[in-house]
Write a protein that binds this ligand. Structure first.
Ligand SMILES: [Zn+2]
Ligand SMILES: [Zn+2]
Length: 363
């Protein structure tokens, strides 16, 4: 019997698996800071947690929920098929979407829904598509250059020295973080980009005339890109010279993880720094530790621009005359940003397989 047929048999038992995960079957679950409790909770809170059951589903198979994965790939630019043709079959189209996703995000290219790929798919991420871009043409010579632009390489065209104004929505803000703290987060995030390019950012009270319009929105908010609740899509921002900058109001945003203890808290400053890259004209990068990489784990900070981000934005706007290389720009070849994710997710899979084994024992 193939591993997949076991999955198929078990698919109808998935709600029971989740239920088992929430029952105190393992005494250790009741302990504070127990990683099992933490991870079980993470699985259930993640917008894309249901994709976990598609792990190792092979080409030619049919699994309930595969159509949702196809919609995910469609949303992020890896599939282009009419909605009515989306089925639960793992077909050629899905395989090429998986291949392209793996290539684009720097994963091992297998065309399969393997563990590394599923780990990346269920991570919260930016809502902008990965496909609407124009890769740097020098990637053959410099393999670390993987920054990309939107089609046509749009950029702000104001005369130099350029100043872009930004404003917060008068009626779409969150109230559990002080406005002064939110303003400080944006100031720091904008200054990182100003350090690299001759562009200044200045806050204005006039939301309607500001170049960059910032707000927190829930669900459908009128731009055709509805937000999806906790985790999943975190934010999106439009390419130049649009200036719309939207954060998902359903996230538990954090400015300080010592104060915000939620397991699904998201670092506001990391996401804001990433979205400013879109506002300036950068699309998603394939470099895992670059700010412009599309995903970000909960409770993770990724605030410092990397060389890939800086080279990408400088190719659009030129260099700030005062710009200096610093050690924080260097790429982290050990991928420390992903170590935490790996540990957490590995334990998650351990739980998952533990639950499946338990189900086999019960059948
Ligand atoms: Zn993005
Ligand atoms: Zn929006």
């Amino acid at each position: 019997m193939s591993p997949f047929s076991n999955w198929s048999r078990l698919s109808s038992l998935w709600p029971l698996l989740l239920l088992l995960g929430s029952l105190p079957l393992f005494p250790a679950r009741t302990l504070k800071n127990d990683p099992l409790t933490e991870l079980a909770s993470d699985i259930q809170n993640n917008t894309w947690h249901a994709f976990v059951k598609l792990l190792d589903a092979g080409k030619g198979s049919e699994v309930t929920g595969m159509s949702e994965l196809k919609k995910y790939f469609q949303k992020f630019g890896y599939l282009s098929i009419p909605d009515q043709n989306i089925t639960d079959f793992f077909d050629d189209n899905l395989e090429s979407a998986v291949l392209s996703y793996q290539r684009n995000l720097g994963l091992t290219v297998t065309g399969k829904l393997d563990e590394e790929t599923m780990k990346e798919i269920i991570l919260p991420r930016c809502g902008m598509s990965d496909s609407a871009h124009d890769h740097s043409s020098s990637s053959l010579l410099h393999t670390t250059k993987n920054y990309a632009y939107f089609y046509g390489r749009p950029r702000w065209m104001k005369s130099s020295p350029m100043t872009l104004s930004y404003a917060f929505s008068p009626n779409a803000m969150i109230d559990y973080i002080d406005a002064s703290e939110i303003r400080a987060v944006f100031q720091r995030a904008f200054s990182r980009w100003s350090f690299a390019i001759p562009v200044n950012f200045t806050e204005t009270d006039d939301y309607y005339t500001a170049d960059i319009k910032i707000g927190f929105y829930n669900g459908d908010h009128g731009d055709g890109e509805p937000f999806d609740g906790v985790l999943g899509v975190l934010a999106h921002a439009f390419s130049p010279e649009n200036g719309r900058f939207h954060l998902d109001g359903a996230e538990i945003w954090a400015v300080d993880f010592d104060q915000e203890r939620s397991k699904v808290a998201v670092d506001l400053e990391s996401v804001v720094t990433h979205e400013i890259g879109h506002v300036l004209g950068l699309a998603h990068s394939s470099v895992k530790d670059a700010v412009m990489y599309p995903s970000l784990s909960p409770r993770t900070k990724k605030r410092d621009l990397k060389l890939d981000d800086v080279e990408g934005v400088q190719a659009l706007y030129g260099s700030n005359p005062n710009f200096k290389y610093t050690s924080s720009l260097e790429h982290d070849t050990s991928s420390s940003n992903n170590i935490g994710i790996g540990k957490r997710t590995t334990s998650k899979w351990t739980i998952f397989f533990g639950m499946v084994t338990l189900m086999f024992m019960m059948i």
